[in-house]
Every structure is written in C-alpha cells, then in structure tokens.
Design a protein around this ligand. Structure first.
Ligand code: F6P
Length: 370
C-alpha cells in the first residue's frame, strides 16, 4: 500500500487547505494511505506527532478555511544536510514513499534537492547505523510532486499560483474601501502591496481598480518619473477626479535599482511648493491582510484540481520520471518539469536585479504564454 504525504511550506496562501483536502481524499480514494506533515519541512525534520496519518473526515471543512491548517514554517535546518538526513529517516520510519509539497519556488527547490540526494541520504542512514539496509530497501526511489502555493504569482510556467487571485481580490476590496474615504476628503493614497520581486499583484490591482499610477519591479520608471506621475495625476484631477490612488509594489525600483518608497511618492503628491500638487496624502501598507482570509472560488478550484492531479502524478511516476510540478496553462491542469520553471523564475529575478528590464519583461512574456 502506497503512503503519500502532503505538506505546505514557505508563506501560507489561500487555497493551500483545498490542496491538503484534495490530496488526502484522492489518496484514500485510490487505495493509498494519506499523511500530513505539519509545520512544513520542520515537521519532516522533527518527525514524531508532526507526521500524522489522515482519515477522510479529518479534512472536512478545509475548503472554507484561510491560511494552512497543517501549518507552515521557513525551516533553516532542512537547508543543511544533517536536517535532510533526519527528514529522510522520518520518511522511512513512517513508511512514506511519495511527497506532495505546496509552496513557493524556494520550498520546491528544496524538495528537488531532497529527491536528488535521496539515495545518498539513505546510504548515510545505513552507514551510520541509524537504519538497517533492510529497513531502507523498499524506499529506493522518492517521488516528489510540487504545487505552487503563493500569493505572488511569481513562478514561471504556470498562469496562476494557488492564492494569487484571493490576494488580488482582497487588495481590490481594500482599495475600494480606501477610495470611499479618499473621495470624501479629495485625498491621495499611496497603497503598498506585496509580491516580493514580482509586480503581478500591483499591476493587476491597478487594472482592476482603475488606479492613477502603478509602480512594478519589472517595468521601472524612467529618471523623470516624478514629472510623469505628477502630470498623470494633474490630468486626472483636471477631469474632475476627487481621489488619487497610486499602487506601489513592495519590490518596485527605479532604473538604477533604487527602491521606490511610498514616502517618496507621498512627498511628491503632497508637495506644496510652486507647481506642486499639494494633495492631502496618506500611505496605506496593506501587509498581511492580503495573504489572510478565505480563498476565492478560483483558488479553491485550482487547489482541488491540482491536488487530485498531484496524486495521479506520484502514482504514475517511475524512477526515470523528472520531478514535476502541477501548473495551469490556458485553463488546463498540466504537469511540467519543476526545475526548469524554478530556473526560469530565477532568471527573471536576476534580470531585474541586473537592471536588464527589457529582458525581464520578455522572459515574463514567454513564461506566461508558454
Ligand atoms: O511570498 C509571499 C509574501 O507574502 C510576499 O509577498 C512578501 O514579500 C513575503 O511573503 C512576506 O513574508 P513574511 O510573511 O515572512 O513577512
């Protein structure tokens, strides 16, 4: 009987609970034992009651809960070999031979490393007398499948990561609230949104709320961004707009790689000197409200369909199969090579870091249309 474990890792995202529910129930439906690893990689390293077998009814009600009910952690120990040796030992002791991980690119890279080191981890466990050769014998190959859970929508090769549409909806809802008070006072608001190195949330929130100006990392503003932004805001005010909304991604930079801060933008909008806009301006950093709360229908659907596909993928995998992750491309749930996606994602971040913005944009274009 195959034993399949699921865990969530890295920052939580809405829809992760749908993944856990789908994996547990699909595994049971397909005649396997289902396990949850609590607290991400920390649970794998520590073992004990952080690795639990799950029954069908234990994931009841998971679809409508936010965050991740099985916990997550950013675990440093797993990034060192002794941590991975302990993790391998706990897998064998629990009889687990397949692992489904829902997390961001860092968590998925860690998973692939674990898989590629697997034979040598088992060897070490035997040579150090922690396990016997007969104990490890049935676990020669480790199957791993990744699911991308992140609000940032920053992984190459998939159109949407699990959680990004919930965060986008939350941002739009918050911007709507802010707009009501902004219009009442004829004020300007600078709203900082999450996304790490990716501008997807900021850009799409700008489109969905009709913001006046948006700053994103992949398309940094020119040297004369002060004049450009002020000209746009002035024009919109001249049309009779009583509110000004500027959305800034937390990773936004100018062309020289200097961070664009909400304070800088506020100072410009509020500038009372001659020719300045002199707008009564406030800053709102949305923070973790973007990540919390229940998942929108899309993320529940995505987490469920991808969870089902992940179980099928581990059951069909052979020792020769490349580690895959489950993506959505043009509305179809598909399996794709994990490390290719991680490498492509890193090259976008690198291009932004090296200020090769046109390259970053064209890489993003390929990634989203691929
Ligand atoms: O990756 C998800 C994310 O919410 C990013 O948008 C943000 O930069 C980061 O995590 C915040 O991390 P933490 O919750 O550890 O402060």
């Amino acid at each position: 009987r195959k034993k399949i474990a699921v865990m969530t890792s890295g920052g939580d995202s809405p829809g992760m609970n749908a993944v856990v529910r789908a994996v547990v129930r699909t595994a049971i439906h397909m005649g396997c034992d289902a396990f949850c690893i609590y607290e991400g990689y920390e649970g794998l390293v520590k073992g004990g009651d952080l690795i639990r077998q799950m029954g069908w009814s234990e994931v009841r009600g998971y679809l409508s809960e936010g965050g991740t009910l099985i916990g997550t952690a950013r675990c440093m120990e797993f990034y060192e070999r002794p941590g991975r040796v302990r993790a391998a030992k706990n897998m064998v002791l629990n009889g687990i031979d397949a692992l489904i991980i829902c997390g961001g690119d860092g968590s998925l890279t860690g998973a692939d490393r674990f898989r590629s080191e697997w034979p040598s981890l088992l060897e070490e466990l035997v040579s150090t007398g922690q396990l016997t050769a007969s104990q490890v014998k049935p676990y020669k190959h480790l199957n791993i499948v990744g699911l991308v859970g992140s609000i940032d929508n920053d992984l190459s090769g998939t159109d949407a990561t699990i959680g990004c549409y919930s965060a986008l909806s939350r941002i739009c809802e918050m911007v709507d609230y802010i707009e009501a008070t902004a219009a009442s006072h004829s004020r300007a608001f600078v709203i900082e949104v999450m996304g790490r190195h990716c501008g997807w949330l900021a850009l799409l929130a700008g489109v969905a709320t009709g913001a006046d100006f948006v700053f994103i990392p992949e398309r940094p503003v020119s040297e004369c961004w002060h004049e450009e932004m002020c000209a746009v805001v002035k024009r919109h005010r001249a049309f009779g707009k009583r509110k000004t909304i500027v959305i800034v991604a937390e990773g936004a930079n100018d062309k020289d790689g200097n961070k664009i801060t909400p304070e800088q933008i506020k100072n410009l909008l509020a500038d009372k000197s001659e020719g300045g806009l002199a707008l009564d301006t406030r800053i709102t950093t949305l923070g973790h409200v973007q990540r919390g709360g229940t998942a929108v229908a899309y993320d529940r659907m995505l987490g469920t369909l991808q969870g089902v596909e992940a179980v099928k993928a581990v059951l069909e995998a052979t020792p020769e199969t490349e580690t895959c992750f489950i993506a959505i491309n043009e509305n179809k749930i598909v399996r794709k090579p994990l490390m290719k996606a991680v490498e492509e994602t890193k090259s976008v971040a690198k291009a932004v870091e090296e200020k090769q913005f046109d390259k970053a944009m064209s890489l993003r274009d390929t990634e989203f249309s691929d």
